[in-house]
Design a protein around this ligand. Structure first.
Ligand code: BMA
Length: 339
């Protein structure tokens, strides 16, 4: 699919943080080319961010074709105010090593459930892309509870049990069943113990999103409001009409925006309402230019503050980490249209 692109803009209630990007590779105390797609939680009085660090190639090496892939590690940063983050001088967690099957781990999403920290992640392996769930008490030791079969990624957990079970949103890639091309949707699954997952249901299809003509997927983990589970998703449209090089990567024609929807408190696979326009579209210069893949907004963290402000953390252009805020009531008002 894909044609010429329509103009898309962010919702009026979205305010970008003046310090954007709030974190970037030049601030890392170790080798780092791109710092983006972070998960963020408030935990034990601090904001904790786990981010993706792609390294091992410079822009020049990439543009000249000398190198074609990055390696990925996860890094950690903390903050007292949710805006100014300090990166710790350690690699958070690296899977693989002796295991030749695992190629890399990336795109972490964090959720606190019953006081414990859980991290969902994507894992590239020699036999497909898998989604994983790990738990930690101290951000040093991680125990893997679950790995999906390929191909799945963008898993996010709900912050509490619903009807006695854990729930997650996820995005499988049913290539054969969807015509051999990107045409991917958001699903929900339930579990009694975080290890065994099932009762999967379709939540939102790419056809339901007017600003997507390619695929959609979960973004930041949902937050609870009196009206329902408020949650973002990413939505992809393409421009195959010869837009040309749009970032370090030679062929990049997709655009990623963020959407917003509200899910039923008791049945989180049911969409109560959604916005038919994007919540955040690429507009700021660090979102649209100078990046590895320009025009990418990829939320991974959402925090509802006691005063009703919602912080939305998002990777921009697959290169830096940004923050935008909006009042929760405005976000709920956006979710007024039926699916
Ligand atoms: C997706 C994932 C994300 C990335 C996005 C845009 O498929 O790989 O990690 O941010 O593409 O490149």
């Amino acid at each position: 699919m894909g044609g010429t692109r329509q103009t898309l803009s962010s919702a009026a209630c979205i305010v970008r943080q003046a310090k954007n990007p709030i974190l970037s590779a030049d601030r890392a105390p170790y080798e780092c080319s791109l710092l983006f797609n972070a998960g963020v939680i408030k935990y034990q009085g601090k904001y904790i961010m786990v981010f993706r660090n792609d390294y091992g190639a410079t822009e020049q090496e990439f543009a000249s074709g000398q190198k074609t892939v990055f390696q990925s590690k996860l890094g950690i940063a903390t903050s007292d105010n949710g805006v100014d983050f300090t990166i710790e001088n350690r690699v958070l967690w690296q899977l693989g090593g002796e295991d030749q099957e695992i190629l890399r781990v990336y795109d972490p999403r964090l959720t606190v459930v019953d006081g414990r920290v859980y991290m969902c992640f994507a894992m590239d392996t020699r036999h497909g892309i898998r989604g994983g769930i790990a738990t930690t008490d101290d951000f040093y030791r991680f125990d893997i509870l679950h790995l999906t079969v390929p191909d799945n990624r963008n898993m996010v957990l709900f912050p509490e049990k619903i009807g006695g079970r854990y729930f997650r949103l996820e995005r499988p890639f049913p290539v054969y069943g969807r015509g051999g091309r990107d045409r991917f949707d958001i699903w929900a699954s339930a579990s009694p113990d975080m290890r065994y997952w099932g009762d999967s249901e379709l939540v939102l299809a790419v056809e339901d999103v007017p600003f997507a003509d390619d695929k959609i997927g979960p973004a930041a983990p949902p937050v609870k409001t009196a009206k329902g589970w408020l949650t973002t998703f990413h939505a992809v449209d393409r421009d195959d009409t010869g837009r040309g090089k749009n970032g370090w990567e030679p062929k990049w024609t997709k655009r990623y925006t963020a959407g917003i929807m509200l899910l039923d408190l008791e049945n989180p696979a049911r969409v109560i309402g959604m916005s038919k326009q994007p919540l955040i579209a690429p507009e700021a210069s660090c979102e649209t230019s100078g990046g590895f893949r320009n025009d990418v907004i990829f939320p991974g963290g959402m925090i509802l503050e006691p005063d009703g402000e919602v912080k939305i953390y998002y990777g921009a252009a697959d290169t830096v980490e940004c923050l935008a805020t909006a009042p929760v009531d405005d976000l709920l008002a956006l979710c007024s249209q039926p699916r």
